[in-house]
Design a protein around this ligand. Structure first.
Ligand SMILES: Nc1ncnc2c1ncn2[C@@H]1O[C@H](COP(=O)(O)OP(=O)(O)O)[C@@H](O)[C@H]1O
Ligand SMILES: [Mg+2]
Length: 232
């Protein structure tokens, strides 16, 4: 098929998703791989700006990230996603959609709540304890752990580099052309031009013309149909 890969990190706040995803992204870039990191916190400043933390908004956020990851994956890129993504059903929805255009690797950063609370990188647990925040994942909002993640990381017994190395080793062992490169030669064919033209265009302009539209179609169909060329 010649697609890329989506590497999807899920886990509680402060589990280590961003740290490991950034390391993985950096290492892959150093190896010359086409890679894009999509972090939940960053995405919420543009693509998902205005969305909140209700179940509906959390699911919508994940669908949007999944849609973009699918587009990248379709073009042979390794999309590295770090987002709490607390709900199993929508993660599986993304898995199914991306799986139609490339590889999907779910990485469960399985850091326990007590450790996450002690790390509290963004002070969310403290805020919650002070009563300044509600619906914090893992505390008073659900987190549904993956049942069959490709990789489970236990970050209490190892450092970020070690965790990242595990992810890279797994990616290296998978057979997606973009990762194995060379033999077979479909890698370069799979990688479409990275800049979608439109001199000076913003990212939204750049993406918009490529959106498969198709009134009424679901986003997962849209990702898939662009790859196969079979419109609704
Ligand atoms: N093995 C590990 N992997 C990732 N982070 C780790 C690990 N061990 C300790 N940490 C620390 O845990 C924190 C995780 O923060 P962050 O990556 O922002 O979490 P998240 O994105 O899941 O909210 C960082 O301060 C990081 O240095
Ligand atoms: Mg993070």
């Amino acid at each position: 098929m010649g697609g890329g890969t989506t590497v999807w990190f899920t886990g509680l706040p402060s589990a280590g998703k961003t740290t490991i995803a950034d390391l993985v992204g950096r290492r892959l870039a150093e190896q010359g791989r086409p890679v894009e990191v999509l972090d939940g916190d960053v995405v919420r400043t543009h693509l998902s700006k205005g969305l909140g933390f209700s179940k509906a908004d959390r699911d919508e956020n994940i669908r949007r990230i999944g849609y973009v990851a699918g587009l990248l994956t379709r073009h042979g890129v390794i999309a590295v996603v770090s987002a709490i993504s607390p709900y199993r059903a929508v993660r599986d929805e993304v898995r199914a959609a991306v799986g139609g255009v490339g590889d999907f690797v779910e990485v469960y950063v399985a850091t326990d709540l007590a450790t996450c609370r002690a790390r509290d990188v963004k002070g969310l647990y403290a805020k919650h304890a002070r009563g300044e925040l509600r619906a914090l994942t893992g505390v008073d909002d659900p987190y549904e752990p993956p049942l069959a993640a490709e990789l489970v990381l236990h970050t209490t017994g190892e450092g970020p580099e070690e965790s990242a190395a595990r992810v890279l080793a797994l990616l290296g062992s998978r057979t997606a052309p973009v990762l194995t490169g060379g033999a077979g030669g479909s890698c370069s064919e799979a990688v479409a031009p990275r800049s979608p033209g439109g001199a000076g265009g913003s990212w939204s302009e750049a993406i918009a013309p490529r959106s498969p539209g198709g009134a009424g179609g679901s986003w997962s169909e849209a990702v898939a149909s662009r790859w196969t060329g079979s419109g609704p």
